[in-house]
Design a protein around this ligand. Structure first.
Ligand code: CP3
Length: 335
């Protein structure tokens, strides 16, 4: 049994930090592209067999310490009543964005076990193939899901979302509350059906000022995480350096950070909360010696109570040799 991840989550000593990385099942892998060629992205998210196949791929290829179940954060928007599409090269679209109180009234609170059965089914398949490897579940954080729900697609500025927060905070909060309850239920479903830990992705919270983060994203994240009782909780944000001090109060057991934060300083601010991250994904394009140097620096700054990861998802063009150097350098390290 590989229990490095669980040991860190329980606060027990380990020989070296566990390593896994965000988007580890993805297009940088030829074996992922081969599965993907025969179907659509949503087709993969809806099939426990295909999802399991691509979840296993990076774990076996690189000998990682954890898997993350293949799915997407946007499946929760389908479950509350919005159709989503992924056009080639365009990213996600939400067909009827929610921008008013009357739009919000058409959203529903589903029974997550009925509406979102694929991830628990994928866990069951995974455990038959790699019973010794811990698997993570995940969901989008309420604020990050609100971003896609209101904007209708990805965005640089997220102007529709910010306009809703300022012009109709009552409606914005009611949608965040709904999302928090559904996300919390969904994470708890995963925690009670096989996840060793669950990660909530607040990818876009960093577009908010510290004041707006405190007003909107933080209470919604707290509300969602408070519903999770059956496994440890990891909370990931990007661009969170300006409100790092607030992340302790999310209630998460581990805080995932991007590469703009010094891990040593973050540990001081976060106290006994554990950390995950935070290599710049673009560093994997650097010469091998430079990748190894950056990995060692992060491992030294992180210290015990650190889970090694990238600071955001791996890029599709990433050379596999860079990933191999990163993983090898973590495995050579000892505390
Ligand atoms: O980490 C993993 O390996 C688990 C699977 C996973 C995916 N998406 C698979 C995916 C996870 C955890 C996510 C999270 C996710 N999805 C986030 C939060 C984390 C982050 O990366 O910021 C967000 C914002 C999304 C929404 C999303 N899904 C976007 C914006 C896109 C399009 C961008 C792109 O890379 O094309 C996706 C598609 C997506 N999700 C892919 C994968 C492997 C690529 C789709 C494909 O194969 O064509």
């Amino acid at each position: 049994m590989n229990d490095r991840l669980q040991r860190v989550l329980r606060g027990e000593p380990v020989d070296r930090p566990p390593v896994w990385f965000m988007r580890q099942a993805g297009r940088y892998l030829p074996e992922y592209r081969a599965v993907r060629a025969g179907t659509t992205f949503l087709g993969m998210c809806r099939s426990p067999d295909l999802a399991c196949e691509v979840t296993v791929q990076p774990v076996v290829r690189f000998g990682l310490d954890a898997a993350i179940v293949f799915s997407d954060i946007l499946v929760v928007l389908e479950a509350i009543g919005r159709e989503i599409t992924f056009e080639a090269g365009e990213g996600p679209r939400i067909l009827e964005p929610v921008r008013s109180a009357s739009d919000a009234a058409s959203l529903r609170r589903p029974d997550v076990a009925d509406a979102l059965p694929v991830v628990p089914q994928t866990f069951a398949r995974f455990k038959k193939i790699l019973p010794e490897v811990p698997i993570l579940g995940f969901a989008g954080a309420p604020f990050t899901l609100l971003c896609y729900l209101v904007e209708g697609s990805g965005s640089k500025e997220w102007a529709h979302v910010k306009r809703l927060l300022w012009s109709d905070p009552v409606t914005a909060r009611s949608i965040l509350d709904l999302l928090a309850d559904v996300v919390g239920d969904y994470l708890e479903l995963q925690a009670s059906t096989g996840a060793a830990a669950v990660q909530m992705f607040d990818t876009w919270a960093g577009v908010l000022s510290p004041e707006m983060y405190r007003e909107f994203a933080l209470p919604a994240a707290q509300r969602a995480l408070a519903r999770v009782k059956s496994a440890p909780r990891i909370y990931y944000t990007k661009d969170s350096a300006p409100f790092l001090d607030q992340l302790r109060s999310t209630g998460a057991d581990v805080i995932g950070l991007d590469w703009r934060v010094d891990l040593g300083k973050a540990r001081k601010v976060l106290g006994d909360v554990k950390v995950q991250g935070n290599l710049d994904p673009v560093a994997l394009f650097a010469p091998e010696a430079e990748i190894r140097r950056q990995v060692r620096q992060i491992l030294t700054a992180g210290g015990p109570g650190h889970i090694f990861n990238l600071g955001h998802g791996i890029l599709p063009e990433t050379p596999i040799s860079g990933v191999e150097a990163m993983v090898d350098e973590v495995k050579r390290f000892t505390y």
